[in-house]
Design a binder for this molecule. Structure first.
Ligand code: GLN
Length: 403
């Protein structure tokens, strides 16, 4: 008698849409930090609470019944408050009805920008190091990423002392196939900040082209040493071709709320919303209403640069007593350091290996800057996030001094 062996149900396999992609470095390092009880200076998020007035505003929105679908482009009161904020700060008037859309964070905003304008075969210019969500979104859209690297200036010891926009490479990268250029200021991970003259130069460079711009400005309220944020929206010629992206998670210390927005001319917004409506449809209602209320007071964000500059200065002063070499940190809540002076064997480790070692053996998690390059690099530079309580930074510094 033959026994029929039960066959395991088949899970079909299929060609991966992203064969070269693993789990994002931010999740990898946060998981490793949790496993080793390391202080997590890797993924960028604050370890302190947001203002209770913001929580009260969201709570009030729920209690007063803002619990059903908000309009697809976002709660109108939030879009209006954003429009008046952009007008006040950057002198550009966006129509809340047709030019501002609320998104589930900046990553969704950028993904949807790319999906809405990049067709198969289009070229998209990315300036590396670049945040890790840019390249996979271009791949999924069928676009071709054209990567150029930031210019780097080094001191006599070989340590980076300034980053610059790679103008020559950018000129070469633009072709009739270029659909979109992604820019990011203040820049993650280097903190580099664009100047007004940079916006002028970019506008000139693009003036006879059909290139669109996606300007990732999620750290717009973290610019240090008396400098200013220069938004693409503040430059009329650039604003006319730009999707400007920002995020409340960074500004209000609520990265887990995943709420951001895109401001763009009506014709660009119309295409953006065609995708957005079938991607998330709309973003959770009470938080939008609560944020609208809270955002209407500029005091709730205008002090952020000073707040983070104090943290940056405290962290840098502590790092100066370690063997790490400090890179400039003019904006964002990130500080990059060079570990090449640490000596063998640590200085021989790749950035990814070094971050693993630092997390597991020293108890401080960081992010390898190589994760911000499509093809990988190894410049012995890692990124720390200083959006932490002083006591957290102090404990991390005590550990880093032992290295
Ligand atoms: N922007 C954050 C960072 O650079 C991470 C966001 C995320 O994990 N997706 O650390």
């Amino acid at each position: 008698m033959t026994h029929l062996r039960p066959t395991a149900p088949l899970t079909p396999s299929f060609p991966s849409r992203l064969p070269a992609v693993g789990t994002t470095i931010f999740t990898v390092m946060s998981t490793l930090a949790a496993e080793h009880q390391a202080i997590n200076l890797g993924q960028g998020f604050p370890d302190f609470q947001c203002d209770t007035a913001l929580i009260d505003a969201v709570n009030q929105a729920m209690v007063s019944g803002h619990n059903q679908y908000p309009p697809m482009p976002g709660a109108l009161e939030l879009r209006k408050t954003i429009a008046s904020k952009i007008d006040r700060l950057y002198g550009k008037s966006y129509d809340p009805a047709t030019e501002i859309t609320i998104t589930a964070g900046a990553t969704q905003a950028i993904f949807t920008v790319i999906m809405s304008c990049v067709s198969p075969g289009d070229e998209v210019i990315v300036i590396e190091p670049a945040f890790d969500c840019y390249l996979p979104a271009i791949t999924l859209a069928g676009g071709k990423a054209i990567s150029v690297s930031l210019d780097v200036q080094r001191n006599s010891e070989g340590i980076v002392e300034a980053y610059g926009i790679p103008w020559i490479a950018l000129v070469k990268a633009i072709t009739p196939k270029t659909r979109l250029l992604l820019i990011n200021s203040p820049h993650n991970p280097t903190g580099m900040v664009w100047q007004r003259s940079d916006l002028d130069r970019l506008a000139d460079l693009l003036s006879n082209t059909h290139v669109l711009v996606c300007s990732d400005e999620v750290y717009e309220h973290m610019v240090f040493d008396g400098q200013q944020h220069h938004s693409a929206s503040s430059h009329p010629a650039l604003a006319a071709r730009s999707f400007v992206v920002s995020s409340f998670g960074k500004t209000f210390h609520v990265t887990g709320w995943k709420i951001g927005y895109v401001a763009a001319p009506a014709s660009l917004t119309a295409e953006f919303r065609k995708v957005h409506q079938f991607n998330v449809f709309s973003v959770n209602a009470p938080m939008q209403v609560g944020i609208a209320h809270y955002l209407s007071d500029p005091a709730h964000y205008l002090g952020l640069s000073a707040f983070y500059q104090r943290k940056r200065d405290f962290f840098r002063a502590g790092l100066a007593e370690t063997q790490f070499k400090l890179l400039p940190a003019p904006g964002s809540y990130f500080q990059c350091v060079d570990y090449s002076a640490l000596g063998i064997p640590q200085s021989n480790l790749s950035e990814a290996e070094f971050c693993r070692w630092l997390t597991c053996e020293i108890g401080v998690a960081a992010i390898p800057v190589s994760a911000f390059y499509g093809a990988g690099t190894d410049s012995k530079v890692i990124r720390f996030c200083f959006a932490k309580e002083e006591k957290t930074l102090e404990t991390a510094l005590a550990r880093l001094r032992t290295v």
